[in-house]
Design a protein around this ligand. Sequence first.
Ligand code: FES
Length: 250
Amino acid sequence: MAIRIFIDEQEVKAEPGESVLMVARRAGFDIPALCYHEAVESIGACRLCLVEVRSGARPGISTSCNMKAEDGLRISTDSPEIRRDRATNLELLLLRAPGSPVLRELAARWGVRPRLQPPPDAGIANCILCELCVRVCAALGHNALAAVGRGEKKRVGPAFGKPAEGCVGCGACLSVCPTRCIVMKDTPAARTIWGQSFEFHRCQVCGQPVITEKHRAFAIAKRGLPEDYYDVCEPCKQSQASQRFASVVW
Ligand code: FES
């Protein structure tokens, strides 16, 4: 059964189980969200996706990424209270990651000037501890990352500070990191990430890296792929397909 919610007085349709953020974004509303990814469960860590709930038993300001759309829900995406709370939350994120371009850009857009100085060791990695990398890594079945430590000492990375056995060097953690604070280096020979080095499996046609050897072995075993699945890179596969097509046509 389709659900109707009202966002800034505009009626919007939603499917059961969808989050308010997902529905609002699809309808074109601009809600900032740094720790959200539709492929993994939301934990409401960055607290930037605030909306104001104007109906039901629990009105008030809440994160929208982990709020389910319910029939008849009325929310507002912009009000002086939302702007004030978002700005405060952004200031707190800036204390952790003062060098993050995405946070600086939001601060400039919203006119936020941090009133507090970051502690001396803050922002070294520009990590906002949203744990999106941890959640994505777990969803992919690698479970290589964790949030370790408490309070100011809390960090994200391989558990116990040792190279993570489960890491296959896929780089998914970096691709979802909102502050791009994860360091990954590719050379012609190998990829380095989280203190480990991974050899590349190369395209047998052009010699370009296709995937790390460890990621290849993981994917073949997990998805039951043929052994030669990664032997040719996508561009070469496409070019081979075009050549085959041309030979049939001509
Ligand atoms: S996106 Fe909702 S709290 Fe970060």
